[in-house]
Design a protein around this ligand. Structure first.
Ligand code: COA
Length: 416
């Protein structure tokens, strides 16, 4: 089966997580992604958090599958010549260097455009061009703090908290992938490439837009009724941390199940969807609440929402999180067990759909990774192992017209 992005050649100058997550996804969908890495060292994640001495770390293998690896010192004259040749025959260059690094390498946007007017240059930076922090280098948690996620996550009596989800890194990579595909579509029409830039701060903020909604509501009315601070607590003039409260109009909370004393994940997330009030009452054996004016409307429940959650926890006391969800699903109540990574790794449904998939790596053997979360009717995404450092250097140089002798000399001089 041919893949939709087959024929698109991508120079992948990305490292760590934000950029690699983007190019990995494009590789899954068929693009030829050539990961350019410094000879000898490569992407820093190859050696970060290693679990097997001398073998590429999972940090690398899980973000660089389906790619080819070319080692190249782009600060040497020969290295620049090779990169120039590659640029002339590629469609996209993706990078997430620190600010100005590509320019300092001698490959400004203007120069790349001269070499190949159809080229799309896609960049991740911590902050957008012209931002007063544009010179800053940025990692995941820095972006979560700059994009409004940290100030609005956690509990009211605790400090700003970052999420385990890679809102700054992989999320920015996904935004960049959308930008690249949009620019490719535009190039189909105009024949011209363009610069695509995504900042980590902006990408985090894009996912925190409901918190900007809340800031404006708070400015106007002085309180936020879906937050645990309402109606008994107090609000200041900034959006507070809402703990585990449901973000929209449906109150929710993480509730204890049987075994919570010893199992850190013996919980479910329970949502009180307005129109599901009667089924909830039936499910938890509180039929008398169905028509009780003190409980029957969302507004009436508001000031006793935590005592209602307490009653539900009483009901949950003798049920595991899985047993509880099996009951609640019959009543159409939006809920989920809080799943540990171990449970996710072994989840038969996730295995069957390919969202959790086992991959073979030349040196590591088999390991688990997260497959494509996007499912297509006409494309089966096949996840392959990540490349070893420089595994495809010679074949790429040959395809650029270098002879065996020239390639040997480039190795000798440590250009590749
Ligand atoms: N050959 C020669 N030099 C190379 C090279 C290659 N193949 N690949 C990279 N380099 C050089 C760069 O040109 C740069 O040199 P310079 O600073 O002398 O001009 C140097 O390596 C370091 O690059 P940099 O990206 O700044 O690395 P860093 O380790 O100092 O910073 C980050 C890492 C992630 C903080 C930084 O890259 C960054 O802020 N990136 C943008 C935001 C981002 O994506 N962050 C999230 C990562 S998950």
């Amino acid at each position: 089966m041919s893949k939709p992005l087959e024929g698109i050649k991508i120079i992948d100058f990305t490292h760590v997580q934000a950029g690699p997550a983007c190019t990995q996804m494009l590789a899954w969908f068929g693009a030829d992604v050539i990961k350019v890495e410094r000879p000898g060292a490569g992407d820093v994640t190859r050696s970060q958090l290693r679990d097997i001495p001398g073998v590429d770390a999972l940090y690398f293998t899980m973000l660089n599958s389906n790619k080819r690896s070319l080692t190249l010192d782009t600060k040497t004259a020969d290295g620049k010549e090779i990169l120039t040749k590659l640029i002339k025959e590629s469609d996209v260059l993706v990078e997430n260097f620190g600010p100005g690094a590509l320019d300092r390498m001698g490959f400004t946007w203007e120069h790349i455009r001269e070499l190949n007017p159809g080229m799309i240059v896609a960049s991740v930076k911590g902050f957008s061009d012209g931002h007063h922090y544009e010179d800053l280098k940025v990692y995941e948690n820095v972006a979560q703090c700059a994009g409004g996620a940290a100030s609005t996550t956690g509990f009211d009596d605790g400090p700003p908290t970052v999420s385990a989800a890679a809102l700054g890194d992989s999320n920015t990579g996904m935004h960049l992938a959308i930008g690249i595909l949009t620019a490719l579509r535009s190039r189909d029409v105009t024949g011209r490439g363009q610069k695509v830039a995504v900042s980590m701060q902006d990408s985090v903020l894009n996912l925190c837009r409901v918190k900007l909604r809340d800031q404006q509501r708070l400015d106007r009315v002085g309180y936020l009724e879906e937050y645990p601070q309402y109606p008994h607590g107090t609000f200041s003039d900034v959006v507070p941390r809402g703990g585990n409260a449901g973000g929209g109009g449906q109150p929710g909370w993480v509730l204890k199940c049987k075994g919570w004393e010893n199992d850190p994940n013996a919980y479910i997330y329970f949502t009180i969807q307005g129109h599901a009030w009667a089924p909830i009452c039936r499910a938890i054996g509180k039929e008398e609440w169905i028509d009780d004016p003190a409980y029957m409307t969302a507004q009436a429940r508001q000031d006793k929402i935590f005592s209602i959650f307490g009653t539900i926890e009483e009901w949950l006391k003798d049920k595991t999180k899985f047993e509880a969800v099996d009951v609640l699903r019959k009543f159409d109540i939006p809920c989920s067990p809080v799943l540990s990574m171990k449970e996710i790794a072994n989840d038969p449904s996730l295995r069957a759909s390919g969202t959790i998939t086992e991959v073979d790596h030349k040196e590591r053997g088999k390991y688990l990774t997260v497959g494509s979360p996007i499912k297509f009717s006409d494309l089966k995404v096949e996840i392959k192992g990540s490349p070893l450092l420089g595994e495809h250097t010679d074949e790429i140089l040959e395809s650029l017209g270098y002879s065996q002798n020239q390639i040997a000399a480039l190795h000798e001089q440590r250009v590749v």
